[in-house]
Ligand binder design. Structure first.
Ligand code: UDP
Ligand code: MG
Length: 341
């Protein structure tokens, strides 16, 4: 299908407003965000109301232990359908997003953080790009306010490493805030894997992509849920879920080490035969011993990372468990109910 017919179809979907058809789904995973959620909801619904699209907001409560869930369930009516899907515990943002994608019905799907770091007012810009025919619209952070230089530097190094190691183009400085076309989401929903590094999974299907730059605000309140240890875990997940190249590097390193050991071993044998063996060489033995031990442990650890992931995949446990789904009817539906009564 060419771009102009895609545009025509998408524009038609916007104008053809039937109650059954949801055009836009906004997925909001949240975990303990009670202080920011009311303001976030106000800004999001104001934006969606102006858009005049048939839209739904899917809040995913990722096992919050504060009042976030009751706050979301008490949100006043807007012209969008508001749903709160509560997971039975904290499964992590990647699983929460997967749940949101599974339950979304829209033709265009937007994932956005609840902490107001991703401004909801930019949603119309994403929709414009979608109407132009793009299947994925990435939101590239031009500025990462409120983040330390160490986080920015380590993020930059990680993306360079991931993109060089994996045969994948994960855009740098793009978080989870993005728009996906229904077709892309249907493909993502069919991916069976349990190790879900979503930034990689979003890029994996390919399709027609574009990026919009935006200034990422600082968190409205509260603290990031990611410490350095969690980020390191996410980085290892990202690399191991999309590439087996580290294993290949380990094989090459092993082969080079074995070759060097053979050359050095031959040298020692020849030296002993022709010159003799004046019992010395303790420092060199220690250095070789430690270097080999280190390389071996590193390679075993690396294999362990992959075996661990095979173990998780073979168990086939669900990504998340849903405890409840709370649905808020739209204003339109309320009016209809009033009519029939
Ligand atoms: N989040 C979540 N589950 C978690 C951690 C975070 O649903 O286990 C949500 C969080 O409430 C927020 C979004 O994911 O809406 C981004 O989290 P955060 O701001 O901590 O990450 P950062 O912006 O620092 O990358
Ligand atoms: Mg944040």
């Amino acid at each position: 299908m060419n771009t102009s017919s895609i545009r025509t179809i998408r524009r038609a979907k916007i104008t053809q407003k039937t109650d059954a058809n949801v055009t836009l789904s906004v997925i909001v995973p949240f975990y303990n965000e009670q202080d920011v959620l009311p303001k976030f909801h106000r800004r999001l619904t104001a934006t969606l109301d102006d858009l005049l699209l048939q839209s739904e907001i899917i809040y995913i409560d990722d096992g919050s232990t504060d009042k976030s869930r009751s706050i979301v369930e008490s949100f006043s009516l807007s012209s969008s359908l508001v749903r709160c899907i509560s997971l039975s515990r904290n499964f992590g943002k990647e699983s929460a997003m997967s749940a949101g994608l599974k339950y979304s019905q829209g033709e265009a799907i937007i994932v956005i953080d609840a902490d107001l770091q991703d401004p909801p007012e930019l949603i119309p810009n994403l929709i414009d790009k979608w109407l132009e025919g793009y299947d994925i619209v990435n939101m590239r952070r031009s500025d990462r306010l409120g983040e330390s230089w160490l986080k920015r530097f380590s993020a930059a190094c990680f993306y360079k490493l991931l993109n060089s190691i994996a045969k994948l183009e994960v855009p740098e400085n793009v978080g989870d805030f993005r728009l996906l076309n229904r077709e892309v989401v249907d493909h993502i929903n069919q991916l069976p894997e349990r190790n879900r590094y979503m930034k990689g999974i979003f890029s994996w299907p390919g399709f027609k992509q574009t990026s919009i730059s935006f200034q990422r605000d600082a968190r409205f309140c509260g603290e990031t849920k990611w410490n350095y240890l969690k980020l390191l875990g996410l980085a290892v997940d990202g690399i191991t879920s999309f590439s087996i190249r580290p294993l290949r590097i380990a094989t090459i390193a092993g082969a080079l080490t074995a070759l060097s050991a053979f050359i050095y071993g031959s040298f020692i044998v020849i030296k002993t035969v022709f010159i003799g063996d004046p019992v010395s060489g303790y420092p060199s033995i220690m250095v070789i011993q430690l270097a080999l031990g280190g390389i071996q442990l590193l390679c075993i650890g690396l294999m362990g990372e992959y075996i661990g992931r095979i173990f998780i995949e073979t168990k086939q446990r669900p990504l998340y468990l849903i405890q409840s789904i709370h649905e808020q009817p739209t204003k339109k539906q309320i009016v209809k109910l009033g009519h029939t009564a």
